[in-house]
Each structure stands twice: as structure tokens, then as C-alpha cells.
Design a protein. Structure first.
Length: 492
């Protein structure tokens, strides 16, 4: 699958790539690539194009864009509040090439609304609050009403974490260079970047140093679906596709486990048994009569995978159910209350670390914080770091859910999901994801692949529903399994 997924690099890795390509005219390539996007965005709107150039190499990219735009007979104003002599070598050369070609530099934006603003203030090296002269330009750009194209990354956004330092550019589009950055894809990144275009600048990935991170997009994931999901063989039976046990559904919360069960059915599990902890439990789900609804105390040993946690509760009986599930030597998905019980119980954590069968965790940020002994803001400040810590400490495959869900694996590789939308911000979405994931590991798909496919497909299903006009407002999670099933079947 890795060959079909684009790499994500962190800042230090990007610096190493740039150093290896020291002789290549990267700034010129970046500027010209961004110019093509700028011309599309400006269109025939009329008015000038304003380039906000900063004091580093990102500013140099901006000077290249400004020069090429002038060559194409566009009215360009470059706003620069630094000292040209203090620019880095390549940026200084770009500044001189622009001014030698007749370009002018001003310190204040021109009057009137421009056709386009190009943010070339700060790039991936940004790591501190903006000083007043530069902050004023960001505030002006955001208030201008003009479309904004950010070069490499919007000013104010941290390239590794996706955390923004106010004021930050709110771009309409971003032209990012060389490779994807984690900060573009998670936390506040997706809200600040707009439509992102990757320009590799002709650099080829060094096979000797493969990236630890990958970007999950449905077009790539769909081309790498495991054979069991493609259903090509005919000599099969329900046992071929596994038996999934889902344990949860305490009083007043049976819907969570039933949602998970319905999702597991739609995504191909051969048999799904939902074990409910409620004292008064339904014996039939009219929406999915194929589900076998049983009491949580009646769990059998025939499952090829277990999901535990949706609506389970956190009382002593719930803890006993988790203890038993952890002891069973089959792939185990822990969600919701099961995660909270693990967070509060040292013996459960120890048992989890000692498992030999795959363990998969699906926490939202608050659950991840409890598992790590921190607070939610601590997780959100560096979602990738939190996911990697959990994967290492609990020897598990982990997804920290949210905007740009972050996946981490016990081998220290990681992924960030690019699918999904705000329609998923609804109670029950996580239950559906747990059921989908359970279905995949029940079908004996390896844990890393199962988590990647489930998370990306979950988001892609929401995207498909929005494209069909059924969201993001009022998108019930119960609609996700059918949309996900359709995507998988069309990928055949």
C-alpha cells in the first residue's frame, strides 16, 4: 500500500531533503509552480496581485512569483518590511532578480481590494509569534476579502503539529513544496490551508530513507484494498470472512453497539454477534436482523476478532468484560468506555502491553489524554506525538480521531488521514468506525492495513454523502455504512 500513498515529512526531514538537493534551483522551481496556481486563482478578476514577502526563504519564493507574474504582464505589488541585505543567499538573489527586472518593493499594501494575495511571509521554519510589522500584514490579508494563496504553508501554522499561532493566514489555497507536511493535514491545518496542491519540484524520494509518515487518501487506499474485500473467490462461506464479537451496550446505550454491528455487516464480516450489557436488551434489530443480539455475560470463544467498548459503561462488570477480552488471543479493537477503563486501571494497561495478538485503539483526544495522563489540550498541541506515544507504550495500532485523524503503529510508522468532513462530528460516528475496523480484522486483514482502510474509508463515506447532498449538516452516522460499502464495491 505504501507505494500508493504520498509521503509526509517532518521539518527536520524536509531540511535534509533540501540539503541533498542543494545544487537544484528549488526556489525558482517553487516560484514558477506557485505562479501557475496564482494565475488560475486570479483569473480575470482584474486588479493587482499583492505578494507579501517575508524575511526568509519563503519570501524568496514570493519574489520569484512576483517576477514571473510581471513577465506575464500582471500588475504586481510586493510588500516587504525587512532588510534585503539580511535575506538568505537564495532569497537575496530572488529579490535582486525581481528588482533588476523593474519590480518595485513597498512597505504597505496598496489601496483597494487586490485580485489575489500571495502569502510568502513565513514557511516551515516558523516557530514563534509574529512581530508587529508582519502580524499587521496577516491581519490585513485576512480582512481584505481577496483570495489568498499561501506558499508552502500558511504563515502562522506550525508545519509539524498543525497548531496555529495567532494571527495566522487563512488561505483559500496552498501550494506546498517537495512533500506533504503533517501540519497541513491535522488540527487547524485543514481549516487554514484551503485547497492544497503538492509541487514536488522534481525531487525524487530517496529509497534509502523512506518516510515514516504517509497521507491517506481514498484514491490511493482504494487501489490497494486487500483481496478479501474484493470478493473475487467464489468457493467461500461465512467462516471465510470471520466472526466478530462486539461487546458493549449498557443500559441506555445499546444503540452504540448496534451501530457498530450494522457497520461490521456492511463491511463484510461473515457473522456478527453483538453482546449487550443492558439489563433490558433487545433481542432483534429490525434494521439488521442478521445481527445476533446476546447478553454480554454469554460471550463465546468462536470470534476471530473482538470490538469492545461502544456504550459499555465503566462499572465493575464492564471492567470484567474488558479484562476477559484482553486475555483472548485474537485481534482486539478497544473503543470508547473500554479505553477509559484501560486508562484508569494499571493491571489492564499491563495486560494490554503483554498481548501477542494485534491491539487497535480508537481514542478521541479526550480519551487519548486519559490514556496518556495529560489533558485534551496537551494531546491537541501535538496529535502525532500523542499517537506515537500511545502506540509505543501500549504496543498497539492507534488512531487519534479528529480533523486529520492521526494513525500510529508499533513499528513507529504513522499516517494522517485526508478524507472526511464536519458531518462526522456527531455521536455514533466513532461506533461506526469501530464496527468497520472490527469487520476488517475479523476478515483476517493485518492490523496496520485494517486501520488505514477503515479510517480512510470512514471519512470517504462521509465525503461521498456530502457530495450527494446528504450533509455535512444533519449527517447521521447510521448512513455511513451503506456509503462505505458502496465505495468498496465500486473499487473492485
Amino acid at each position: 500500500m505504501d507505494d500508493l500513498l504520498e509521503p509526509i515529512h517532518r521539518i527536520e526531514e524536509l531540511r535534509a531533503i533540501e540539503a541533498r538537493a542543494n545544487d537544484a534551483p528549488l526556489m525558482e522551481r517553487a516560484g514558477r509552480a506557485a505562479t501557475a496556481i496564482a494565475l488560475q486563482m486570479a483569473g480575470d478578476r482584474g486588479g493587482s496581485i499583492v505578494v507579501l514577502a517575508g524575511p526568509g526563504n519563503n519570501g524568496g519564493d514570493g519574489f520569484v512569483v512576483a517576477r514571473v507574474l510581471r513577465e506575464a504582464f500582471h500588475d504586481v505589488a510586493v510588500v516587504f518590511r525587512g532588510h534585503a541585505a539580511k535575506l538568505p543567499k537564495d532569497a537575496l538573489a530572488a529579490h535582486r532578480a525581481y528588482t533588476d527586472a523593474g519590480g518595485t518593493v513597498v512597505t504597505d499594501p496598496p489601496a483597494g481590494q487586490p485580485a489575489l494575495i500571495i502569502d510568502a511571509l513565513y514557511g516551515i521554519g516558523f516557530a514563534r509569534p509574529l512581530t508587529k510589522p508582519w502580524a499587521q500584514l496577516v491581519e490585513w490579508a485576512n480582512a481584505s476579502g481577496a483570495p489568498i494563496l499561501a506558499l508552502d504553508i500558511p504563515t502562522g501554522l506550525h508545519a509539524d503539529t498543525g497548531i496555529a499561532t495567532a494571527p495566522a493566514i487563512r488561505a483559500s489555497a496552498t501550494a506546498t513544496f517537495i512533500a506533504w507536511k503533517a501540519g497541513l493535514l491535522t488540527a487547524t491545518g485543514p481549516d487554514l490551508c484551503g485547497n492544497v496542491t503538492l509541487e514536488t519540484l522534481g525531487l525524487v524520494q530517496d529509497p534509502a530513507t523512506p518516510p515514516a509518515g504517509r497521507r491517506l487518501a481514498w484514491d490511493g487506499v482504494a487501489r490497494a484494498l486487500p483481496d478479501v474485500l474484493r470478493r473475487r473467490a467464489r468457493n467461500v462461506h461465512k467462516g471465510t470472512f470471520g466472526t466478530l464479537a462486539i461487546i458493549g451496550g449498557a443500559d441506555g446505550m445499546t444503540g452504540a453497539s448496534i451501530l457498530a454491528g450494522r457497520a461490521a455487516l456492511r463491511l463484510g464480516a461473515g457473522k456478527v454477534c453483538v453482546y449487550l450489557a443492558a439489563h433490558e436488551r433487545p433481542t432483534l434489530d429490525p434494521g439488521a436482523p442478521e445481527l445476533m443480539l446476546r447478553a454480554a455475560d454469554d460471550v463465546t470463544d468462536d470470534a476471530t476478532a473482538i470490538v469492545i467498548g461502544p456504550g459499555l459503561g465503566t462499572d465493575d462488570a464492564a471492567r470484567a468484560h474488558v479484562e476477559r477480552a484482553v486475555s483472548v488471543n485474537v485481534p482486539l479493537v478497544l473503543d470508547a468506555d473500554a479505553l477509559n477503563l484501560v486508562a484508569a486501571n494499571k493491571s489492564l494497561r499491563s495486560a494490554l502491553r503483554g498481548r501477542t495478538a494485534p491491539t487497535l485503539l480508537t481514542p478521541h483526544p479526550a480519551e487519548a489524554a486519559r490514556l496518556l495522563g495529560t489533558d485534551t489540550s496537551g494531546v491537541q498541541r501535538d496529535r502525532l506525538h500523542a499517537a506515537l506515544l500511545l502506540a509505543r507504550e501500549l504496543r498497539a495500532h492507534v488512531v487519534v480521531k479528529g480533523a486529520g485523524s492521526v494513525l500510529a503503529h508499533p513499528d513507529d510508522t504513522w499516517d494522517i488521514n485526508a478524507s472526511g468532513n464536519a458531518g462526522l462530528a456527531c455521536a455514533g460516528s466513532g461506533d461506526v468506525l469501530a464496527g468497520m475496523l472490527g469487520a476488517f480484522v475479523a476478515q483476517r486483514i493485518d492490523a496496520k492495513t485494517a486501520l488505514r482502510v477503515a479510517v480512510c474509508l470512514h471519512g470517504a463515506a462521509a465525503d461521498a454523502l456530502v457530495a450527494a447532498g446528504r450533509g455535512p449538516l444533519g449527517l447521521p452516522p447510521s448512513e455511513l455504512p451503506d456509503a462505505a460499502r458502496d465505495l468498496v464495491n465500486r473499487a473492485r
